[in-house]
Design a protein around this ligand. Sequence first.
Ligand code: ADP
Ligand code: 5GP
Length: 190
Amino acid sequence: MAPDGSIARPTVLTGPSGVGKGTLVARLRERHPEIWLSVSATTRAPRSGEIDGIHYFFHSKERFNELVQSGGLLEWAEFAGNCYGTPRQPVSERVANGIPVLLEIELEGARQVRKSLPEAIQLFLAPPSVEELEKRIRGRGTEAEEAIQRRLKRAQDELAAQTEFDAVIVNDDLETALAELENKMNLTGT
Ligand code: ADP
Ligand code: 5GP
């Protein structure tokens, strides 16, 4: 429940790869452990340190397609050569029980959620500049050059779509962005 007594709205957080979504969400969950973060299904290979069932459900293309065909995903999209999707049932269960739900997903998925979960608030996390975005994605050191190029190319479309969202938060200083996110989600800081 939000501080004013209202039921928390589900939240969608979208933004280009490398902008700092994962970093910001980790900080948010430290301060608000009651928030449930959806674990997505993906055909991407795990990065070093990523654990199946915690960071993602890592699936073969065949298994992912089965999930799509059986209606098991609330939304799904292809991003930089891999498929990503939100398992439907865990989200529905939490929403039905009034648990605050957070989806960290890319643009096409966010667009689908506008139809399937219209009560969700849609937030866009933007970088202070395209140069800084490139610096961050390279600085993270998790992708090969080809994947970096794909992600930066995709970032142009995503940045162009930010006006579709309920609010845009600029991730320049992380703690400032966190305070803004808490504000938009109607959470108090601690
Ligand atoms: P995303 O989940 O959006 O792909 P990450 O959370 O992995 O992005 O962040 C990408 C890189 O940027 C990481 O190395 C992270 O430490 C760094 N980063 C995140 N937020 C900031 C910030 N506000 N200022 C500087 N670097 C940041
Ligand atoms: P990454 O490979 O960096 O973990 O994620 C790549 C992109 O996929 C990010 O923009 C992330 O938000 C998005 N993503 C992660 N899970 C999902 C999902 O379930 N659905 C959609 N549509 N995008 C997702």
